[in-house]
Design a protein around this ligand. Sequence first.
Ligand code: SF4
Length: 403
Amino acid sequence: MAPKMSPADMAKEKASQAMGQALYGACQEHLERDPDYFFAQEDFESYNVVPRAETGNAVQWLVNNHLVRVYTSQDGQVLFKLRPEDVAKRLRTNPAEMEDLVYQHIEDSSTAGLWTKTLKARANMQTNVLNKAIKSLESKKLIKLIVSVKSPTKKMYMLWHLSAAEDVAGGAFYDGGELDAGLIYEMSNMIRVIVQARSWDISWEHIPRDEWAAAYPGGTSTSTGKFKPPDPRPIVRPMPPDYSDYHTTDSLLKEFNDKRVLNNVTLTKHDLQMVLDAMVYDGKLEAMSDETYRVARPALGLPRDSQAPSGSLWDMEDYGSGSGHGNAQGNGYTRAPCSRCPVFNLCEEGGPVSASNCEYFERWLRPKKNKMLAEEGMLMTPALKERVDAQLEALRKKEEGVA
Ligand code: SF4
């Protein structure tokens, strides 16, 4: 039973309590800004809430009530660290010496957490004593078990009220030490929808009657017996060279965080950049310049990307055929005939075939002119055709070893 206090001691304790609480209140601002801030005696004195001569008594009251922990720096200076009030309250009801020691070692590890093996070595305790102390602290919600993405098999503990550092928790994409692949998938779909809106100049073209009517050889297409014109098709063109409204990493970060697109997840620029980089490597985004992006268009003839979110540009390119392969127009490179040319390796000026006499290249380069020429049967002059045929024949003979 605690000895009874004299009226004088009680008055002294009351005064220390008032001063300690005033000092703790003055330090709150720092605690909110930087929970890891170490106070020096001069900091306490600078607040001027306690007479300078009484600062020691006020600090001692804070230490006795677990509101402050005392440290000694390497150069011998005495420093103080504040604890949150609810933590101090739980510690006051936790007088067991071993638990106090374990708590302090875990407290020292801050947001990095402490491995039980290291804890045992530092506390110099037997395993059963340590386990008992850990179990008790856990039940009082003073410490918690965490999973480190760097060492998921290690049993690590951290103070209950702290959040693990990013290199321990793994950042926004880890949940309980495991990579949240579903979150990344959903996020990349959202990015594509957001980025797409500023990626391409899209207009809609009504398909001429003679073109779509040919698609219905029976003459009718619907249960009403009438032609049903197909939906307009999208014409997708690149933005002009001076276009500067592509989404950037910063604008996407703002979009995600300001609108709370991902519930309870605040992204860092580093998190977002990792997803954007992966999308570029996967061919889903094109990096333009200065961290700007647009949605990548698929290669001509490639099957529809099953991962494309509904309403995406890739979906729009699938108009018309209903085959899932669609009439995708491809991007600049894949639309050029050279990208799919079977005689690409033979093509050179002076060779059996070259860009200057290639009908496919000419047709791709000047579509309107060549439509006209084709209609007039003049796409390739007979002389040019003869020359190309002769050169191809000579090459074939050479490859076969015919003299
Ligand atoms: S110019 Fe014609 S022949 Fe030459 S690589 Fe291109 S498509 Fe092939």
